[in-house]
Design a protein around this ligand. Structure first.
Ligand code: FRU
Length: 491
């Protein structure tokens, strides 16, 4: 049987295509894989996308490279859950397969319209014209079963940035108000080179009209605003966003890029968002970015974020994967206008056995347990001689994580022992002596999320133990009384 040349080329092309669709990186070492957080099966993930509720299930999509543990070839990975706790992997929802998204199906959001689940995302196309830049436009994909998505034939629905808008024009967050659909997008003003959020509206989902600028940096809030989200909490409007280019200032803005919010009040008729000029950082840990929210059927505002950060080392990369999402958190607004974050109540379902339920007198350190994945609730009361109170987590290899209140300056500190500690001011109750500290900690193999007090202060960071972490109560100075309740969490 003699194979002629054109025929063998066809065979080779078929074989190559077959590999293209099945080729996928796999996880080679489970050591840092999380037990109850959303991760991809393997490969790279960043931002959560399309967080929504459809046909009785929560849907979370994420920026996903199924081929490699690096940021490239952005697809949308997809998981669903009935309870925000137990997640199921679904097939990849969006591929980069159209001329307008050939270099990346970038971030976006989801909404239910006419009984379909609609995704709106940014199509990214790289242009090389001596300078390197990409063009970004906004596109739709629609599903009637919540699993397979068809891209709208007349995509992109918002083909160009608005007036004075630079090429960075991405991350549509869609919502409905009365009978109108709105979308907020991140953009750069190309006259001032400052970040801004712009709004469009539509009556039918397909034709979009530019409404105007919702808010923009006046000089100190960054050169580009990524992943904006806009929603109501307690009668106020919140603009949540991830700006690039905010300078570190004391304990604030220590990550390369930030996530935070402005609180204000929005007039839909005039597009006037009158807000305080204070950008409040949402999380004080090392790894928190690109947060996105949704409203649950029972009216709660839930947020999830990428639990990593751009441009750093990712120890799990050599194991064939990078990135995870935070646990879902319920947002409320305090009377002083600050967002409170608390783990969604559904997470209680993760508790399996009780590891500890006791009251201790801690002086120095006191071993609690060895554990990979746990929820730890601590209530400490102490007198004013105390200088440090919190926990110490030994990770093996002589490294440890300290998470404690430093009473000498009323700051809470998360120190991973890597010369990059994070701290922020915390209001310690000092009305009645003794003082008190309440902390709720979610540990999950290579992550720690700390919620302090009523949820006004959180820290989210990745940590990398080399053996099962050993958790200690920590009190430097005189005796601290600590109530400790801890649960092992389901895998
Ligand atoms: C934020 C971001 C988005 C963009 C996506 C690309 O982390 O840079 O602005 O759409 O990631 O993966």
């Amino acid at each position: 049987f003699k194979v002629n040349k054109p025929f063998s080329i066809i065979i080779l092309v078929i074989i190559f295509n077959l590999f293209e669709t099945v080729s996928c990186i796999s996880v080679t070492n489970e050591r840092y894989r999380l037990n109850y957080h959303i991760m991809s099966p393997a490969g790279w993930i960043n931002d959560p996308n399309g967080f929504s509720y459809y046909n009785g299930e929560y849907h979370v999509f994420y920026q996903y490279n199924p081929d490699d543990a690096t940021h490239a070839n952005m697809h949308w990975g997809h998981v669903t859950s009935e309870d925000l706790v137990h997640w199921k992997h679904l097939p990849i929802a969006l591929y980069q397969d159209q001329p307008y998204d050939v270099d990346g199906v970038y971030s976006g959001s989801g909404i239910v319209v006419n009984e379909s689940l609609v995704l709106m995302y940014t199509g990214n196309v790289n242009q090389i014209d001596g300078r390197d830049f990409s063009t970004q436009s906004q596109a739709l994909a629609i599903s009637s079963d919540g699993e397979s998505f068809i891209k709208y034939i007349n995509n992109p629905v918002i083909p160009f940035p608005p007036q004075n808008g630079g090429n960075d024009f991405r991350d549509p967050k869609i919502w409905k108000y009365n009978d109108t659909l709105y979308v907020v997008l991140g953009n750069q003003n190309n006259l001032t080179m400052q970040g801004r959020a712009v709004i469009y509206s539509s009556y039918d989902l397909f034709d979009w009209t530019y409404v105007g600028v919702l808010a923009e940096s006046t000089g100190s809030f960054g050169y580009m605003w990524e992943c904006p989200d806009f929603f109501e909490l307690n009668g106020f409007h919140i603009l949540l966003l991830s700006p690039q280019g905010i300078e570190a200032n004391g304990d604030d803005y220590q990550n390369i890029y930030q996530t935070g919010y402005f609180v204000g009040s929005y007039n839909y008729r005039t597009n006037n968002f009158s807000h305080s000029n204070t950008f409040i950082e949402l999380d004080h840990g090392h790894d928190f970015y690109a947060a996105q929210t949704m409203e649950t059927p029972d009216g709660r505002r839930i947020m999830i974020a990428w639990m990593d950060m751009w441009e750093r080392d990712y120890p799990e990369q050599e194991d064939g994967w990078v990135g995870a999402l935070t646990i879902p958190r319920e947002l409320t607004l305090s009377s002083s206008g600050r967002i409170l974050q608390n783990p969604v109540q559904e997470l209680i379902a993760l508790r399996t056995s009780t590891l500890l339920n006791t009251t201790l007198n801690v002086e120095g350190i006191s071993k609690l347990f060895d554990v990979h994945s746990a929820e730890i609730l601590i209530k400490a009361t102490f007198n004013d001689a105390i200088t440090q109170v919190g926990i110490r987590i030994e990770l093996g290899n002589n490294s440890c994580v300290l998470a404690y209140l430093d009473t000498s300056n009323n700051k809470f500190v998360l120190d991973r022992g890597d010369n990059d500690p994070r701290r922020t001011l915390i209001n310690v109750t000092n009305a009645n002596n003794p003082e008190a500290l309440e902390m709720r900690v979610f540990l999950d193999k290579s992550s720690i999320e700390i919620f302090l007090g009523d949820g006004e202060i959180t820290f989210s960071s990745r940590i990398y133990p080399s053996s099962t972490p050993a958790v200690y109560a920590l009190s430097n100075g005189t005796v601290t009384q600590m109530e400790v309740v801890a649960y092992e969490l389901e895998n």
